[in-house]
Design a protein around this ligand. Structure first.
Ligand code: MCN
Ligand code: CUN
Length: 796
């Protein structure tokens, strides 16, 4: 079923059919955030707490000859200095990564990237800990680094991971999907084939809050409490239990308020483990907080894909096949958060929103002497890269065929009646109705008028560009049979308790980093059981207080935990119905539910509210036979499939011909995430993601010099956009519910970050059409645009 709601947002969202649940409710968490009263990791203060600072490698690749810690140990405020050798004695020098590789907690043999953890100091205060780092003397025997990813597999390239048995090169994996031979046959017979090399540079999620943790190990009862900046508290707890050998029931992981995660807080970082070790060693609580440079240079990077894309079509613009070869830079340790059996989100959607005859992708990942990472930053497991590839390729094809990019896309869309649609790589898109979404974006933009204006401006020598992107995403990992992290299945628990007075607490396994879960999950439950959202408290981010689940990433909270919350509420409602039948002395079949109360069919005057029922469930007196007291339920939800949101984005840019500076004049984003729970929060998510897109398309890149020095160690060098660089966003929506989600909702948290870079780059390339340019690589800084205008070769 597809509804394209053409009413203005305000009307739809204040629909009086929805008095309790879904709607434009202000965020419950904001009163504390806007008054500066959020409780973040660094706000945790415990009696006797010590502070930890990490010594990091100044070079990208070197053998450690010796480490002298005696001067640091002599510092009057220092309590402990720990090196990799000391960790090795405890069996803790290495830890597993999310991809089943291992990563050094502290280097023992070699350092493998600039910024790698080498030793740590624990001291009475943060300043003393930092000062003492300078007293540690490390002798390095510098080795040749591997920085250029294209050279990583050269014979004779230095082997970075000589810690791994029998490793003789820098190869990580080869993965492929699709049908190579069938794709080759379609390409051979096609009228047109276009090949384009496309780079998605290494970027950083750059959250406002850096990473940190406070570990508190209680030597008396052997309990460890860890406050940490994590997007996946339960998964982390299990991994700590496995790595450190601590019993899982004695570990409590708390993710307090988090100042942005964007994927960067999915992995376990050495700093977390160091703080745990430090607390065990000293018997005191220990805090570790990164500074900005540490965050930018050592925590999980994103992207870094070098792609060769090929697209085949008929002469009149019927797209037949897409083929791509990807070289992925995974840095020194393979820390990508990829499910064991699920190669990459890239494979799920690189065929885009189009009905193809064949597709094939081959991907090779390699090690380089750079920080690990590789999934972070609103990517849903590399969907960002896939969407960029296909949406750039379609524009390259439009360029060659001299076709309008919208017309080419619309001509090839998967049609509404084809859903559920199985792609040529075997993934099933759950639902979609693409053309109305595209038309809506064109209508808001005034597409035809914009093209007319562009023609006039071009005639005057002005550089105006119009870029289009139409994306389909795959978000909401599970189901558990297909997806896991280190063997932990991607399903989510949820628990709901209704107290005697009719107030409720819902406990989630996912954790918000700014997405507003305290509001939207209360809204989901409110919609199902009729208790107002203000009376529903959302508890999350504490493994002692919440059921097991795999955490927030891949925009999975709404698709997975959101479904769990709706279903657990329905379970409570079913029990409430039994109790109501006793209270009203009618059979269950004679009851009707209406937003918060049951009434007798045909007699609305005879009714009981959910609050009456809650009191009865806990109160004196008999309940119907077989019904236990209390009003609560728990479930574990295993999604049937991913959800596939889509969107149509149009960007208008002007380029100054004298300075090559790109200005984003307008940006229209029409998103379809199925049923919308809180339209204001969705808009916030979209605005944030679009801003991310301006950053990646025009400004951001983690660059290295040939020695492996990271050139973006501060926000002076690693540019991120501010309100000055972005236009007033123009948003719209369509609603195509997910058929397998209990309330029809799809995820939206990453959509705009995924969909905006191709629209912006397509706009810039469109503006540069008079120069005969078909492609230019991000970030489209003035110097790169200038070079493109002058026909200079692209940088590597
Ligand atoms: N929502 C809704 N209706 C829908 C879908 C979502 O009202 N149909 C609401 C949800 O209820 C939730 C928010 O929108 O409050 C985002 O929901 P969802 O799409 O399920 O994504 P998650 O909550 O799982 O958030 C993760 C996603 C990811 S993976 C990244 S990366 C990212 C993003 O969220 N990181 C963020 N947005 C972020 N926003 C902030 N402020 N901070 C981050 O770190
Ligand atoms: Cu890949 S960034 Mo979000 O999925 O946490």
């Amino acid at each position: 079923m597809t509804t394209v709601d053409q009413r203005p947002a305000s009307e739809f969202e204040n629909n009086d059919q929805k008095p309790v649940g879904h709607g434009r409710m202000l965020r419950k968490e904001d009163p504390r955030f806007i008054r500066g009263k959020g409780r973040y990791c660094d706000d945790v203060q415990l009696p006797g707490m010590l502070h930890l600072a990490i010594l990091r490698s100044p070079v990208a690749h070197a053998r450690i000859v010796s480490i002298d810690t005696s001067a640091a140990e002599a510092h009057p405020k220092v309590k402990a200095v720990v090196t990799g050798a000391a960790l090795a004695e405890m069996g803790l020098a290495w830890m597993p990564t999310l991809s089943g590789d291992v990563q050094a907690v502290l280097a023992t043999d070699k350092v493998r990237f600039q910024g790698q953890e080498v030793a740590f100091v624990v001291a009475e205060d943060r300043y003393a800990a930092r000062d003492a780092l300078e007293l540690i003397d490390v002798e390095y025997d510098v080795l040749e680094p591997v920085i250029d990813v294209r050279r990583a597999l050269d014979p004779g390239a230095p082997v970075i991971r000589d810690d791994l048995d029998g490793k003789e090169n820098n190869h990580v994996f080869d993965w492929e999907t699709g049908d190579e031979a069938a794709t080759e046959a379609v390409f051979a017979a096609a009228d047109v084939a276009v090949t384009q090399d496309i780079v998605y540079p290494r970027v950083h999620p750059a959250p406002m809050e850096t990473c940190g943790s406070v570990a508190d190990y209680d030597r008396i009862d052997g309990r460890l409490t860890l406050w940490s900046t994590t997007q996946a508290p339960h998964a982390h707890r299990t991994l700590y239990a496995i790595v450190a050998g601590l019993p899982e029931h004695k570990i409590r992981v708390i993710a307090p308020d988090i100042g942005g995660g964007f994927g960067g807080k999915v992995p376990i970082y050495p700093g977390y483990v160091c703080s745990i070790v430090a607390s065990i060693v000293t018997g005191k609580p220990v805090k570790w907080m990164e500074d900005r440079s540490e965050n930018l240079t050592s925590t999980g990077f994103a992207r870094d894909y070098i792609m060769r894309g090929e697209i085949a079509a008929t002469g009149d613009g019927r797209i037949l096949a897409i083929r791509t070869n990807v070289l992925a830079d995974h840095g020194a340790f393979n820390g990508v958060a990829a499910p064991v059996k699920y190669p990459a989100g890239f494979f799920g959607v690189f065929t885009g929103s189009y009905d193809l005859q064949a597709a094939y992708c081959k991907m090779t990942a390699v090690h380089t002497n750079k920080a690990p990472g590789g999934v972070a930053y609103a990517c849903s497991f590399r969907i960002t890269e896939a969407v960029y590839l296909v949406e750039r390729l379609v524009d390259c094809l439009a360029y060659e065929l001299k076709m309008d990019p919208v017309e080419l896309r619309v001509k090839n869309f998967i049609q509404p009646e084809q859903f559920p649609y199985k792609t040529k790589t075997g993934w099933v898109y759950d639902s979609g109705d693409y053309e109305p979404t595209m038309r809506k974006a064109m209508e808001i933009a005034g597409y035809d008028e914009l093209r007319a204006e562009q023609a006039e401006r071009r005639a005057r020598g002005e550089l105006m560009g119009i870029g289009v992107c139409f994306f389909t995403e795959a978000v909401g990992a599970g189901p558990r049979k297909d997806m896991d992290i280190l063997g932990l299945g991607m399903a989510d628990g949820c628990e709901l308790r209704v107290h005697p007075t009719g107030k409720a607490v819902v406990r989630l396994s996912v954790q918000s980093q700014g997405q507003g879960h305290e509001t939207t999950f209360a809204q989901i439950v409110a919609e199902e059981i009729g208790i107002p959202p203000a009376d529903i408290d959302v508890v999350h981010g504490d493994t002692d207080q919440t059921p097991f689940g795999l955490g927030t990433y891949g925009s999975r909270s709404t698709p997975v935990s959101g479904a769990a919350a709706a279903l657990v509420a329905r379970k409570v409602r079913d029990k409430a119905r039994l109790i109501a039948s006793g209270m009203l002395e009618v059979s269950v079949a004679d009851l009707e539910w209406q937003k918060g109360s049951f009434h007798v069919k045909g007699d609305p005057g005879k009714s009981v509210t959910i609050q009456d029922i809650a009191m009865r469930a806990h109160g004196a007196g008999d309940l119907p036979e077989g019904v236990e007291g209390g009003l609560e339920a728990q479930i574990c939800y295993n999604p049937e499939n991913l959800t596939y949101p889509h969107g149509a984005y149009i960007c208008v840019v002007d380029i100054d011909p004298g300075t090559a500076q790109v200005k984003v004049r307008r940006f229209i984003a029409v998103d379809d995430c199925g049923t919308r729970i809180n339209p204001m929060i969705i808009e916030g998510q979209v605005h944030g993601g679009l801003t991310d897109g301006v950053g990646m398309a025009l400004m951001e890149m983690i660059a290295f010099d040939e020695d492996g020095n990271c050139l973006g160690g501060s926000l002076m060098d690693y540019l991120i956009p501010t309100s000055l660089e972005v236009p007033d966003w123009e948003t719209g929506f369509t609603v195509t519910p997910s058929p397998h989600h209990p309330i029809g909702a799809k995820g939206v948290g990453e959509s705009a970050t995924v969909g905006s870079p191709p629209a912006i780059v397509n706009a810039v390339v469109d503006a540069l059409k008079p120069f005969g340019i078909r492609h230019a690589d991000m970030p489209l800084t003035p110097s790169r645009v200038w070079d493109a205008m002058r026909g200079a070769p692209q940088p590597p």
